[in-house]
Design a protein around this ligand. Structure first.
Ligand SMILES: *[C@@H]1O[C@H](CO)[C@@H](O)[C@H](O)[C@H]1NC(C)=O
Ligand SMILES: *[C@@H]1O[C@H](CO)[C@@H](O)[C@H](O)[C@H]1NC(C)=O
Ligand SMILES: *[C@@H]1O[C@H](CO)[C@@H](O)[C@H](O)[C@H]1NC(C)=O
Length: 277
């Protein structure tokens, strides 16, 4: 009996102290009753009692109340301090606070954004990021990522991608950094090849030239000799002349050449005879 009485007392206590459990999310417990909370945009004027419901009233101008509340005061809108570089982004109303932002060309000094800082030019190695400038939350300058560079201090210039030497069919002469562009080799790392190829070509041309010269200047002599040899087969005297030497050979050759002409023209014959002598 005693135990049961104790349990009953505990349960009763729980039921009484845990009275809030009965009240809905949009109510609150007051003196053992559930009173309605005030809706967003309103504040409490008086709690409910046995007969009356909660009394709420609209937030005064320049104030807001965002949630279901039992508060008797609405919070004042934030003021966007011009001196701090702030301006209104969204005007406040009874349910929402005013939202401030930094003026164009400025950004928040910290996460709370109570004050703004002037955007400084993005230094070499840093580029201007338009989206960050639009947000005005932090500096619009970001370090140039690998493969991009900025070689000037500027309030508007983004990081630019390195020149692609490959696209131009050139070799890389100097690697790019975050502050300098890639430098491509002047019309190629071919430079060594572009020297070697003409030299090789010149050498080959010379060799071919020499060969052709040799062929051209040796072939006719052989031909002459062949012709003479062929003639000697018919003429024993000429064969002897060939054996006697070049001087006589030449004379003999001239004689042979002029013989048909000599038959028609006496002068020619005489010249031929003079030549022979
Ligand atoms: C109050 O402002 C908020 C945010 O700007 C907006 O969504 C809401 O519709 C406004 N309420 C009224 C009643 O104008
Ligand atoms: C640029 O590169 C240098 C060397 O690689 C590095 O020390 C420096 O921190 C980089 N600067 C930026 C802005 O990333
Ligand atoms: C920056 O880099 C560009 C492209 O390589 C070049 O034309 C320009 O002269 C450089 N400017 C400075 C200040 O170094």
């Amino acid at each position: 009996m005693n135990r049961l009485g104790l349990l009953g007392a505990v349960l009763l206590a729980c039921w009484q102290t845990g009275a809030a459990v009965r009240c809905s999310a949009r109510q609150y417990e007051y003196k053992g009753r559930c009173c309605d909370r005030c809706q967003p945009g309103e504040k409490l004027v008086s709690e409910c009692d046995g007969t009356e419901e909660s009394v709420c009233t609209r937030c005064e101008s320049g104030h807001y109340q965002q949630s279901w509340t039992k508060e008797r005061h609405c919070a004042p809108h934030d003021i966007c301090e011009d001196n701090a570089g702030l301006m209104v982004k969204t005007e406040g109303n009874a349910t929402h606070n005013t939202v401030c932002q930094c003026r164009a060309g400025m950004h928040c000094s910290d996460a709370s954004c109570q004050t703004c800082l002037e955007n400084l030019p993005c230094q070499r190695g840093f580029g201007f990021v338009a989206a960050k400038a639009m947000a005005r939350m932090s500096s619009p300058c970001e370090p140039c990522a690998e493969g991009t560079f900025s070689n000037i201090s500027s309030k508007t210039e983004p990081c630019h991608p390195w020149t692609s030497c490959e696209e131009k069919g050139l070799a890389v002469k100097v690697k790019g950094t975050n502050t300098s562009d890639v430098i491509c080799a002047e019309s190629g790392g071919r430079s060594s090849l572009s020297v070697l190829i003409p030299i090789a070509a010149a050498v080959v041309t010379c060799l071919v030239g020499i060969c052709i010269y040799c062929l051209v200047h040796t072939a006719p002599r052989r031909q002459v000799q062949k012709q003479i040899e062929a003639g000697n087969m018919e003429n024993v005297e000429q064969k002897q002349a060939v054996e006697m030497g070049d001087d006589i050979l030449l004379g003999q050759e001239t004689l042979l050449r002029h013989q048909p002409v000599a038959q028609e023209d006496g002068k020619e014959s005489r010249i031929a005879e003079q030549e022979r002598l």
